[in-house]
Design a protein around this ligand. Structure first.
Ligand code: PLP
Length: 401
């Protein structure tokens, strides 16, 4: 019998499908606004200088081998990554209140966190922003934690729907998990202000909900690693317990190396030890232990003051190229006399911008102008450069007509 005959064809991933369509299109002016990875002004992938140097040093280092890592990963990497995220002077770290494990980039770290919660906390649901990065939903569905949405995006203001979000948090079942993008919200590019974060934290703490921060873009939003970690650090400084998934895909350009970590901030060191021991059980059965190469690279960069500085400077340049392109796109739209308020293009932050274009307008962008983007109106700012920004502005203006 055909053992697999009943299996239905799965729909293609909308993000990866955009890349395939872009690659197939022979049009000379095509623009990839779907890309979820940084591109230089020449449209090329970037390898950070510090990464190149660290890799060179690793090849020469006689102490480096290809043995297995421990279940929770490379000790030096995990310690340095945690300090980068929470601050070297973090009281939670000093008090040994953070259970940390290397993870398979941001996605894998979210996944082990989700499974840990499902097995040990049995939350009634996880609240996820509407909209969000699609994989958030799938990850929690995979571990049988019911997914609920909280309002986040307000079309009229092309900004945050804070009242809607707070109301949803206030009504969440006791023991719910709340997933938060720590900076550079994907797909909207809209982050809460410090005051808005404080109001969000007040509700989470008052209702004793459990925060799960997704940190996929530290340093990539403002160019400042400290500023982009503000929300997480502020929450912890108020005594909040939380999980944080951390990725080095975007901020170190290590997409394919799958390097990241999961941190679980607890109330005391005794709890932390027990939590880490059980987290390792989750990892052991899933992939036994994480990959080595990215951990060696990041441990080297974070542990070497000169390389670290070089990385931070280049990262600042990356973030600022995106910020510059936001301004250039906005000015391009104004120059064409576009109707309406487009200030959200410059007030949004990080890799993505939620344009507010309707699905039909997105079709015009794609089919007439060869500007590949998601049908929800999300464009990746990294696909925009000084050579194509005017073309993209013209496409957006035309799509409205
Ligand atoms: N979380 C968000 C919000 C993202 O946008 C991404 C990547 O696009 C990730 C997590 C995970 O990325 P990775 O698994 O490559 O670290």
């Amino acid at each position: 019998s055909n053992k697999f005959g009943h299996i239905q064809l799965a729909p293609p991933d909308p993000i990866l499908g955009t890349a395939v369509a872009y690659n197939k299109d022979p049009h000379p002016n095509k623009v990839n606004l779907g890309v979820g990875a940084y591109r230089t002004n020449e449209g090329k992938p970037l390898i950070f200088q510090a990464v190149r140097e660290a890799e060179r040093a690793l090849i020469e280092d006689p102490a480096v081998n290809h043995e297995y890592l421990g279940i929770d990963g490379h000790e030096g990497f995990v310690r340095l990554a945690r300090e980068l995220l929470l601050g070297a002077d973090s009281p939670a770290i000093a008090e040994h209140r953070v259970a940390s494990s290397q993870g398979i980039s941001g996605t894998g770290s979210l996944r082990i966190g989700a499974e840990f919660l499902s097995v040990y906390l049995h939350p009634p649901c996880v609240l996820i922003s509407e909209p969000t990065w699609g994989n958030h939903i799938t990850i929690f569905e995979k571990v049988n934690v019911p997914v609920k949405k909280y309002p986040y995006w307000k079309l009229e203001t092309r900004g945050i729907d804070l009242d809607g979000m707070l109301a949803a948090l206030n009504e969440a079942p006791a023991g719910s998990v709340v997933l938060l993008h720590s900076c550079a919200h994907n797909p909207t590019g809209v982050d809460p202000t410090h005051e808005q974060w404080e109001r969000i934290f007040e509700v989470i703490l008052a209702r004793d909900l459990l925060a799960f921060f997704d940190s996929a873009y530290q340093g990539f939003a403002t160019g400042d690693l400290e500023a982009d970690a503000w929300a997480i650090r502020s929450f912890i400084s108020r005594g909040g317990q939380c999980l944080v998934s951390q990725s080095f895909a975007k901020n170190a350009g290590l997409y394919g190396e799958r390097i990241g970590a999961l941190h679980i901030v607890c109330t005391d060191s005794d709890t932390t030890e027990r939590v880490l021991s059980q987290l390792k059980i989750v990892v052991r059965a899933m992939y036994s232990n994480p990959p080595l190469h990215g951990a060696l690279i990041m441990a080297k960069i974070l542990g070497d003051p000169a390389l670290r500085e070089n990385w931070q400077n280049e990262l600042r340049g990356v973030a600022h190229r995106i910020i510059d392109m936001r301004r250039a796109l906005y000015e391009g739209l104004i120059k064409l006399g576009i109707a309406g308020d487009w200030t959200h293009i410059t007030s949004q932050i990080g890799m993505f911008s939620y344009t507010g274009l309707t699905p039909a307008q997105c079709e015009v962008m794609i089919n007439k102008w060869h500007c590949y983007m998601l049908k929800n109106g999300r464009i990746s700012m990294t696909g925009i450069n000084t050579h194509n920004v005017e073309y993209v502005a013209a496409a957006i203006k035309d799509s409205l007509e």
